[in-house]
Design a protein around this ligand. Structure first.
Ligand code: PEP
Length: 249
């Protein structure tokens, strides 16, 4: 059975104090045990947040990681640094990283290789621009993003890969893809995983959706048959909204 996952991407938000009180609020909710819950705070809080969640069933992910072991990469963070804090999951290829920090499919391939070699699980984000969707090129765009990165991995690596479909036009915009649009893209992704590997493998992979998910739309999106949860940005900063989204999955 595929794992249901709700991951909260806090992006560049929250002081330490704000994060601690958000965590405290989250810990007061009784989340269903069968849903995997992951929180991704800024780098500076990875250790702190991970420590506070040690006895809970909420896991922690970094928002990014570099492909090199160490060296002259000012402002970057390596896989061994993340692991030294007890964190073994990383989001890779978020559209904000691709757009504002020039991440390309080529540099993401290096990051995917490094993460998998270091036994770090990845939430690998793919998504198209509105112009791709309007020109009918959205399926091809997602296929290429996958072919240049995670599809270069052998089948056994997929135990460590979660795919997040995040249409760029729906991230932080309040604009959500319709449940039908989400389902057809998730099914497309599952089918091409099946073509590249096997149906058994494709049926075991969690494909989550991100893009303005809120308590009011979560249920309609998560009830689609190929949607295995969500990557939540803005709404993950409010404990009640995040909890409502977890409960809708
Ligand atoms: C995200 O940051 O991955 C995201 C989906 O953001 P939002 O939910 O705010 O659109």
């Amino acid at each position: 059975m595929r794992q249901k996952i709700i991951a909260g991407n806090w992006k560049m938000n929250n002081s330490n104090t704000e994060s601690l009180s958000l965590l405290q609020e989250l810990l007061n909710f009784n989340f269903p045990k069968d849903i995997r819950i992951i929180i991704s705070p800024p780098y500076t809080q990875l250790g702190l947040v991970n420590e506070k969640l040690e006895k809970s069933n909420i896991e922690v992910a970094s928002q990014n990681m570099h492909f090199a072991d160490n060296g002259a990469y000012t402002g970057e963070i390596s896989s061994s640094m993340i692991k030294s804090l007890g964190v073994f999951i990383s989001i890779l290829g978020h559209s904000e990283r691709r757009t504002y920090f020039n991440e390309t499919d080529e540099s993401l391939k290096e990051k995917v290789d490094k993460a998998i070699n270091e036994n770090i699980e990845i939430i690998f984000c793919v998504g198209e621009k509105l112009s791709d969707r309007n020109s009918g090129n959205h399926f091809e765009h997602i296929k290429i993003q996958l072919e240049k990165t995670v599809f270069l991995q052998p089948a056994e690596s997929w135990k460590k890969i979660i795919i997040a479909y995040e249409p760029i036009w729906a991230i932080g915009t309040g604009e959500t893809a319709s449940p039908k649009q989400v389902q057809e893209m998730h099914l497309f992704i599952r089918n091409i995983i099946s073509e590249n590997y096997s149906k058994t493998l494709a049926d075991s992979i969690s494909i989550i959706y991100g893009g303005s998910v809120k308590p009011s739309n979560a249920n309609d999106i998560f009830s689609q048959s190929d949607v295995d949860g969500g990557l939540i940005g803005g709404a993950s900063l409010k404990s009640k909204d995040f909890a409502a989204i977890v409960n809708a999955s």
